[in-house]
Ligand binder design. Structure first.
Ligand SMILES: Cc1ncc(COP(=O)(O)O)c(C=O)c1O
Length: 416
């Protein structure tokens, strides 16, 4: 049996949409949501979501461990978030200027995120990381930004991993370091010399697929802070992917390290388009001096959704709950892998787990396993970290594990 012959769920509506898309959308689909490189059992188009479940356009249901690549954290169609969004929509969304929700949300973020004294908003994570870099340069009058070699911080000309369409000049002021490697960070800072504007770093290394995820060493986190301070540079934390999953606040708080700017997006509004940059007092002037705006940046609905969502996330220790269900899933997968004779490495925090098959250099096993899981209604990803949410119940995990047991067995029969 090959990956292609693994009982894909019936998807005629999806197939018809893909055919139409091929005529009117570049490449039929672009960006990281393009499923053409994934096994045939992955749908391209979805109809709806509910709790931790997704339904594709053909009516197939999946227990979803991708959460829209991060935005869903409190469950699809969360009634509290949806009620807040609907109430705001009834009043209006993109009006002549912001609604009171903007001030309320900024107050809530300042109250929730330790280092934050102010907040400003955009739509996508790239808006937030670009704004943060611009603020750092405006505040310091310097140019160089240090970034992890393979770290993803968005799709602008500075950071896009695919250089096609950008110029060497766009990236001339980016200097690279290795995550958790203080020596390489020191070398990058030395290269920047007296032109170091900022260091952008994610709370943990989550930029596979070639590598396992790595949590930050406390020494590394402290060195990032110290090097930024020594050079009067800005420490930018990119929490676009991790925000409110690791910590309801700032991710390096448990390590005792506070960034100067934090970029959030994905999960803050539980699926509504919103990003935020929060920062310390001394950067407020630069943040107000730069030209930062977008036609939809002030829309009220996503902000209302964020207020409700962050309110829910603050009610209980939601990172601990997500860690609990993530650990249950991870423990079950480990046992199943062993039962089927696979050596796997599971890395990163359990709320954003990553699974790799040892020796699977061409990802054939990862593709076979994720394809077999999708064919059984469990949505994982072969080379990207997965996400847990507060909507994943222990029963969801148990049901998903029943299905992945079969997926591992099928993978063994495919891979041999
Ligand atoms: C760490 C990180 N930073 C920035 C971004 C860019 O966010 P967006 O795709 O919303 O522009 C992403 C997106 O995956 C991300 O994971």
């Amino acid at each position: 049996m090959t990956i292609e012959t693994m009982t894909p769920l019936l998807k005629p509506v999806d197939a018809a949409l893909r055919e139409r898309a091929a005529r009117v959308i570049p490449g039929g689909m672009y960006g990281h949501l393009n499923v053409t490189l994934l096994p045939a059992s992955y749908p391209q188009y979805y109809r709806s979501g509910d709790g931790a479940r997704l339904t594709d356009v053909d009516g197939n249901e999946y227990i979803d461990f991708m959460c829209g690549f991060g935005p869903m954290i409190s469950g699809y169609k969360n009634p509290v978030v949806e009620a807040a969004a609907a109430a705001q929509l009834a009043e209006g969304d993109a009006l002549g200027g912001p609604t009171p929700r903007m001030v309320e949300l900024a107050e809530l973020l300042v109250d929730t995120v330790g280092p934050a004294d102010w907040a400003m908003f955009g739509k996508n994570g790239t808006d937030a990381t670009s704004l943060a870099v611009t603020i750092a340069r405006a505040a310091t009058g310097k140019r160089k930004i240090l970034k992890g070699t393979t770290a993803y911080h968005g799709a602008n000309a500075w950071f896009n991993p695919n250089p096609l369409g950008s110029t060497p000049e766009d990236r001339a002021n980016i200097i690279y370091f290795e995550f958790n490697d203080i020596t390489s960070l020191e070398a990058a800072a030395a290269e920047a010399g007296d032109d170091l504007a900022g260091i952008i770093v994610s709370p943990f290394k989550h930029d596979g697929p070639a590598d396992d995820q790595r949590l930050a060493d406390v020494e590394f986190a402290r060195a990032v802070r110290a090097i930024a301070d020594r050079n009067s540079a800005v420490l930018i934390m990119d929490e676009v992917r991790t925000g409110f999953r690791l910590v309801t606040g700032s991710a390096w708080e448990p390590l005792g390290v506070a960034p100067d700017l934090i970029a959030y997006s994905k999960a803050i509004a539980n699926g509504y388009a919103l990003s935020a940059v929060v920062g310390i007092d001394s950067l407020a002037q630069a943040a107000s001096d730069i030209y930062a705006t977008g036609s939809f940046w002030y829309s009220g609905v996503a902000m209302a959704a964020a207020i409700a969502n962050i309110g829910l996330l603050r009610e209980t220790d939601t990172p601990a709950y997500m860690d609990h269900v993530g650990t249950l899933f991870r423990t079950g997968l480990q046992a199943q892998a062993e039962e089927n004779g696979f050596e796997i490495v599971q890395s990163g925090p359990a709320v954003m787990p990553y699974l790799r098959f040892v020796g699977d250099t061409d990802y054939a096993t990862a593709l076979a396993f994720s394809g077999a899981a999708a064919a059984r209604g469990v949505l994982l990803h072969p080379v990207h970290n997965w996400f847990l949410s507060t909507a994943h119940t222990e029963a969801d995990i148990a049901e998903a594990l029943e299905r992945t047991a079969d997926a591992f067995a099928e993978t063994r029969s495919v891979i041999g």
